[in-house]
Design a protein around this ligand. Structure first.
Ligand code: IMP
Ligand code: MG
Length: 326
């Protein structure tokens, strides 16, 4: 814990982690130089970094004028989380300190009613993570994730940008979004809500022949005709491009007015078939990713972020990873 008796200069903060990259590329953060006052703070910072949650260490102090004529106190919360606009004060298990901190937090809330502050016990880290949708760590199956590639807020920011672009370019046109189940569910549901045009949504499903690489068959077809419509194929990830190539050929046969592709992830280095991608969320390296709809053996789809699996996670890409249902 930081000493709270002396004011700290505003701006003495760690470099921000987890800020959405400007480009569509994952970026490495410069190493930060933060000296933590307590090991539990460092541990908490590591958890935040893992989830790419942006944080600042002790960014400011709050003067707490005394209620009863005593000395002016300063209170410097340990962390500030900009995405939640919330200050976090970590507590130790020493009861004497907890009581003093409780008093300060109460006073701070009184004096600064607009400031959100939370007192966090070590065992309660997961509470703050739950706000981001992870829940208690064991339940969301995050233990197989080696690192988070894109946090929930990075994804949401990028999806909003894509929605804005599409809304601009397809204004006045009869728009149909076609998604391939199941991997696209998260992306589709977020993307369609960020498009401010009338549109229709169609889903298809494909299945893969296990012993013939790249062989695809349509397991669920379109419900309605797309002839004459402006169609955007919405994809979770384009890997070799074989699936997309097959489906694009199939859709072309239905004579849409136009046909383009919007994919959240582009694993370009693995491409075998050249498919035209009009909108790309993020280009990613050749790693197996899960979350935000993407699965490994039908698991991990519900993670709100996109992560790379641990290398020791046993996997046989042909057999398991490319699930029969996308
Ligand atoms: P493609 O035909 O090789 O482009 O494969 C596309 C499909 O493979 C995607 O729609 C996914 O279902 C699956 N896939 C490819 N790479 C990944 C990954 O990294 N994680 C999860 N699924 C993947
Ligand atoms: Mg898929």
């Amino acid at each position: 814990m930081a000493k709270e008796s002396e004011p700290r200069k505003p701006g003495k903060s760690g470099k921000q982690a987890g800020a959405a990259p400007e480009s569509a590329q994952p970026q490495e953060k410069p190493p930060r130089q933060v000296t933590f006052a307590h090991p539990s703070e460092e541990e908490f910072a590591k958890i935040l970094d893992f989830y790419r949650i942006e944080w600042q260490y002790e960014p400011r102090s709050f003067p707490l004028p005394p209620e009863d004529g005593g000395a002016l106190e300063m209170f410097t919360p340990d962390f500030y989380l900009p995405e939640l606009d919330e200050y976090i004060e970590l507590t130790t298990l020493r009861q004497s300190l907890v009581t003093a901190k409780n008093r300060k937090v109460r006073r701070l809330r009184q004096l600064y009613p607009d400031v959100k502050v939370r007192l966090l016990y070590k065992k309660d880290y997961h509470r703050i993570l739950a706000k981001y949708g992870y829940g208690p760590l064991g339940q969301a199956k995050v233990e197989g994730v080696h690192h988070v590639l894109f946090s929930e807020s990075q994804i949401q920011k990028r999806v909003r940008e894509l929605g804005r672009e599409i809304s601009k370019e397809y204004a006045g046109k009869q728009l149909v979004l076609v998604g391939v189940l199941k991997g696209v569910v998260c992306f589709m549901s977020d993307l369609m809500r960020n498009i401010t045009l009338p549109l229709q949504v169609e889903f298809m499903a494909v299945s893969y022949y296990r012993h013939v690489a790249g062989a695809v068959r349509i397991a669920k077809d379109l419900d309605r005709s797309i002839t004459g419509a402006h169609v955007i194929m919405v994809e979770d990830i384009v890997d070799t491009g074989m699936t997309l190539n097959y489906i694009l050929n199939y859709l072309e046969g239905h004579k849409p007015a136009s046909l383009s592709v919007c994919t959240l992830l582009d694993k370009r280095s693995r491409r075998l078939v050249d498919v035209p991608l009009k909108y790309i969320g993020f280009e990613i390296p050749d790693e197996f990713v899960v979350g935000y709809g993407l699965d490994y053996g039908e698991e991990y789809r519900n993670l709100p972020f996109i992560g790379v699996l641990k290398p020791e996670t046993p996997f046989d890409f042909e057999k398991k990873a490319k699930s029969p249902t996308g």
